[in-house]
Ligand binder design. Sequence first.
Ligand code: HEM
Length: 126
Amino acid sequence: MTDLKTVFDAAGGMPFFENLVGAFYELVAADPVLLRLYPDKDDLGPAARRLTLFMAQYWGGPTTYSDERGHPRLRARHFPFEIGGDERDHWLVAMRGALARVQPSPEVAAEIERYINSAAEALRNK
Ligand code: HEM
């Protein structure tokens, strides 16, 4: 992004991230490769809230995630889950599916794509 707006604002603020992550978790719930990793498969609501707040904070929104959870330390927080190439790819397909559903502007979509591609690979731990 080249203007002074944060990606958070450009995307439409918190409702955008809630809708994106809501769509993402619907796809997670329907994907056994992803769902088997989740400690609480019957209630993905708290996991969805954490991802929503993390993404909102990452792109310049409120710092509620760190207020509640401390420093993200995403790699450490993902160590308990076996994330190989297959899991990484399923996560990315679900997030791309969610993006297709909520249809951000091309600029916002490109920013999110860029981040998730590198972050999902960085979180691979097997
Ligand atoms: C762009 C890549 C990713 C980001 C930004 C991300 C972000 C997050 C965040 C913020 C949490 C909550 C951490 C906490 O506060 O406890 C989380 C949890 C989790 N992530 Fe990821 N993640 C990514 C990739 C992945 C991948 C590739 C997998 C496996 C396929 C995965 C599986 C999980 C699981 C199983 C949890 C626990 C659910 C929960 O919060 O209760 N994540 N992730």
